[in-house]
Design a protein around this ligand. Sequence first.
Ligand code: GLN
Length: 248
Amino acid sequence: MRKLLVLAILSSIMFVAVFGGIIDEIKSRGYLVVGTEATFPPFEYYNENNEIVGFDIDIARKIAEALGVELKVVDTAFDGLIPSLLTKKLDMVIAGMTITEERAKVVAFSEPYFTAGQVIVVRKGSTPIKDFEGLKGKVVAVQLGTTGDLVVSELKGIKEVRRFEKFTDAFLELKNRRVDAVVLDSAVAKAYVLSNPNLEITSDVLSSEQYGIAVRKEDKDLLEFINKVLADMRKSPYDLLIEKWFAE
Ligand code: GLN
């Protein structure tokens, strides 16, 4: 009897290992491991209680809830997120990450969930920089591995590009006059400027980008599940009523 039980348990574990998708694995372990980089307000940042909160974290929580598991958030350098996902240290990445062709070669992205673009932030009172051209001859700070880093790295004539792991450090350098500008995503720039009144955004939105949640390409079950949660979150009370009264 005992032997049979052990055999049954062993074979069910093997079944999950061989045939089950990542969702079965997440459910049996009881938590979803989400990677992010938490200097990106209001998407992910540390609140006064030293907890990681934000728009992305709320979405991640919805996904964990829908899976019926706990949420574990891992804060890591932005340029380490995709490598950590690929080496299975994470189940998914939600980090205000722009869907790009290059990234989509190695990971699968959910449906877009937010629209953004690069802007330029300078100290109030310094020469306003209106576009990428205006960055020529300047010392520019970006976050390592971001779309801001990519665009600035391709520009000719910039005096120096300084790449930081954390946006908090990039802004510290701007405040301390060691860099002339920071290039980053519009909504996040707004959040930093709001809490640093001596800084300002002087450009228009200079690119058009869309954020997606990243998973490993083979984890099609999780990708489908995430897209379903995102679609459910978009439903209005009206859509829900229609579903309630007219669904087959
Ligand atoms: N959206 C930008 C990118 O994907 C920046 C993201 C971030 O810094 N968290 O590169």
